[in-house]
Design a protein. Structure first.
Lengths: 430, 357
């Protein structure tokens, strides 16, 4: 078992001291996780998790999203409180309901092993250095960390500058926490309603090239909800496609395709934190909720290395600043002055295979068609993405005065050196 | 790790079950015969005889237990499981059938079922050492399975090999677990031959040839009596051929004491102790008698066997040293004991009792 190295995290040292109090050598990974959660806020395991325990005795406990994790955390908590008999009984029910939940099996194995007389061999006890064990330990730590360090209530990811009222949901992924957050969008803006453990690429994040086994970072949208019957078992309950590479990715020469949010194979409840070829994988019970809930095309999926959680009001200034930028573009388009309009477009503009020169006639036709009429930006949303550059992903329905509908358009804006925003992509998406 | 006997234990349990039944010593012969047949490998004959007996006494737990053991030995695991399961239904207070069920389940890698059965065994008898020991093994196996699932290892290979080994491993001598009764050198019937030789417990133990008078005898006193004397200096040479009359009297007194104890004849048992008896643990005579009553009368059955008895007489004082094999319900303790006796009138009465090597 690994001993605490100098500079080991505090909870690891705690774990070792507890090992002494218990008077029995325990797999330290059990204790690490157990102790790490002893300080968890109670809110981490909702009452529903506790209620679920007795019900789980019935063989066909309905698998609800997040439930398995809640029950695992509850077991850790019991261990942390020294209530090991209860923890064992609790974990036993958990593995009965979720036999493929490897982390639960690991805890179950640990708790059973503590019942074995010291000195007696436990067959199959993993070596501390076993790679699969290390992955499970990472998974446990990530799950606990995500539950211990909750987003402050009422906050949203800074990327959600403005969500369209028609967008009923939004998703954000924090890859440093291996966590996907699901938001419901309503009158009061996006509200966090659930969050789940997810796995990303074997080589981590920031996908750049086909086959690099990395998960892309950026602002994406769900393309389609693939019929699970058409998928291999490997993808589990289903898959939601993402529009990687998006225009910003293409602009920077990123390659690759087929980045999905999908489920887990039948033999695994969850996968290791870094396990996919670049997709975002999550437990089937958790994915099932997304599949039931989210709308294709309108649901944004922000994937960030680290989400920045902010109060919605704090986005107000930024939102207004960009809104006036957008209104200026709207005025220019309405004015019928093509040169004035073109000033909003970057010189290296590209709409798929069209350059700005190719695109100018398209703009000209549109301006001509408007004939000075005003037009509304319906269901406007803008999502901000900042890395080495500052970008804005803008989606709206362009509905001319007197018309009932219009094309749904998406624009990618890039902030220039002087602070002005310019459009580097524009296209009709629906 | 003490080496463990094989299925022998199963039959040692059998005897206890029998004693718990109507306790008719007259029938012991039938059990002995069947056990003997099993021991000699004549399983078919043993089964026939057991069936014959059960035809007249279909509910008899001891014979049914024996039948289960025969079925186990014959490899009829399914039948054996059924036999023991029915026993647990009819006699839920007996831990032994649960224990053997667990052994059978464990042999099939059904560790969850084995665990449940052992937990039942322990619930019926919390100090059932064999069940505790077995449960430890089952926990280890279950832990191994869980680890395999956790790490997604193929546990298939690992599970096959130890299957048979486990059955052998499962049986352990029932170790005394009662407080104070520190089983000295636990007479683990270890070196059991490969052929499972069920040691029938209720059978009058074949007196060890050397000991002059193997009889029934004491249990480990609840608290090892404050051993006033250190281990007797003289190695007490076993009285050879012709013991003198005083020694014979002392031997008779000791045997009577053991007999009274096993028969739960409290008057005779307590009467074997002199007025000056040095009750252990600073108990008053009255409290000590109460404690003894509580511990003896409550038992379903008690068996006390003495061996290696050696007696030293010095005037009106005597010292009797022997090995005492005590069994009560599922508890089985073997220990060394020394009784100090004083002649009072015509009787030899115990004035001090100490346990230990």
């Amino acid at each position: 078992m690994p001993r605490a190295r100098p500079g080991a995290p505090f909870f690891l040292q705690q774990a070792l001291s507890l090992q002494v109090c218990m008077g029995r050598r325990l797999s330290s990974f059990l204790l690490i996780t157990a102790l790490a959660c002893a300080s968890l806020p109670t809110a981490a395991a909702p009452a529903s998790a506790r209620k679920a325990a007795p019900a789980a005795r019935q063989p066909a406990a309905p698998a609800r999203d997040g439930q398995a994790e809640n029950r695992l955390i509850e077991a850790y908590r019991l261990v942390g409180q020294g209530r090991r008999r209860e923890a064992l009984a609790h974990t036993e029910r958990l593995v009965r309901d979720y036999p493929q939940f490897q982390l639960a099996q690991l805890l179950y194995g640990d708790l059973l092993a503590t019942q074995v007389r010291p000195g007696k061999a436990v067959p199959g006890r993993p070596e501390a250095s076993a790679p699969a064990l290390n992955e499970l330990q990472q998974e446990a730590q990530l799950r606990l960390q995500a539950l211990r360090e909750r987003p402050p209530p009422g906050t949203v990811p800074a990327q959600f500058l403005a969500l369209a009222p028609s967008a009923r949901h939004a998703i954000a992924v924090d890859t440093s926490r291996a966590r996907l957050y699901l938001f419901e969008n309503g009158h009061h803006g996006p509200q966090l309603v659930a969050d789940y453990y997810v796995s990303v690429g074997k080589q981590g994040v920031e996908k750049a090239a086909e086959g690099d086994m990395r998960t892309p970072l950026g602002v994406y949208f769900i393309g389609s909800n693939l019929d699970p019957k058409s998928l291999k078992d490997f993808y589990g309950a289903g898959a939601l496609t993402l529009n990687y590479p998006n225009p910003y990715d293409l602009r920077r020469g990123k390659t690759g395709s087929g980045i999905w949010v999908h489920g887990t194979p039948p033999e695994q409840f969850a996968r290791a934190p870094q396990a996919t070829d670049g997709c975002v994988a999550m437990a089937n019970t958790d994915l099932a909720r997304l599949l039931r809930t989210v709308e294709v095309r309108s649901t944004p999926v922000v994937i960030a290395r680290q989400l920045q959680w902010v109060a919605p009001q704090s986005l107000q200034t930024e939102r207004q600043a960009f809104t006036s930028q957008l209104q200026a573009w709207q005025q220019a388009k309405r004015s019928g002055d093509l040169q004035r309009l073109l000033a909003f477009y970057a010189s290296d503009f590209a709409s798929y295979d069209k350059s700005l020169a190719d695109w100018t006639p398209v703009l000209q036709r549109e301006v001509h068609k408007l004939q000075g009429r005003n037009f509304a930006l319906k269901d406007l949303s803008y999502l901000r993405w900042s890395d080495s550059a500052d970008t804005m992903v803008v989606t709206f329905g362009e509905v001319a005065e007197g018309a009932r509908t219009g094309p749904v358009k998406r624009q990618y804006w890039l902030r220039q050196g002087g602070g002005a925003w310019k459009i580097f992509f524009e296209g009709v998406i629906g | 790790m003490p080496s463990r006997p094989t299925l022998s234990h199963a039959l040692r349990l059998l005897a206890l079950a029998a004693a718990l039944a109507a306790a008719l010593p007259a029938r012991a012969d039938d059990y002995t015969d069947v056990s003997q047949l099993v021991r000699n490998g004549k399983l078919a004959d043993a089964l026939t005889k057991a069936e014959q007996y059960l035809a007249t006494k279909p509910r008899d737990p001891q014979m049914r237990f024996l039948k289960g053991v025969i079925q186990t030995e014959s490899g009829k695991t399914g039948d054996a499981i059924q036999t023991f399961t029915r026993l647990t239904e009819d006699y839920p207070e007996l831990p032994e059938p649960y224990n053997n069920l667990a052994v059978l389940y464990a042999g099939q890698n059904q560790y969850d079922k084995a665990r449940t059965a052992l937990e039942m065994a322990i619930r019926t008898n919390p100090s059932y050492a064999t069940a505790h020991e077995n449960l430890g093994d089952v926990y280890a196996r279950l832990a191994g399975q869980a680890y395999s699932k956790a790490l997604q290892l193929d546990s298939g290979n690992a599970a096959v090999a130890p299957k048979l080994g486990l059955i052998r491993d499962m049986f352990t001598p029932a170790q005394a677990a009662t407080k104070g009764a520190k089983p000295a050198p636990v007479a683990a019937p270890t070196a059991t031959p490969a052929v499972p030789s069920p040691a029938p417990a209720a059978t009058p133990a074949a007196p060890s040839a050397s000991a002059p008078a193997p009889t029934k005898a004491p249990e480990p006193t609840a608290k090892p009596a404050p051993a006033a004397e250190p281990v007797a200096p003289a190695p007490a040479p076993a009285p050879a051929a012709a013991p003198n009359p005083a020694e014979k009297d002392v031997e008779a007194a000791v045997n009577a004491w053991a007999h009274a104890w096993a028969a739960k004849d409290m008057a005779a048992y307590l009467g074997a102790y002199g007025k000056d008896f040095d009750a252990p643990g600073k108990l008053s005579r009255k409290d000590w008698e109460k404690q003894r009553r509580d511990r003896i009368v409550g038992k379903s059955s008690i068996s006390v066997k003495l061996s290696n008895l050696s007696i030293k007489v010095d005037g009106n004082k005597a010292e009797a040293r022997f090995r005492q094999d005590y069994k009560a319900d599922a508890l089985s303790v073997s220990s060394r004991k020394t009784l100090h006796l004083v002649k009072s009138g015509e009787r030899w009465l115990i004035v001090k009792e100490s346990t230990g090597a």
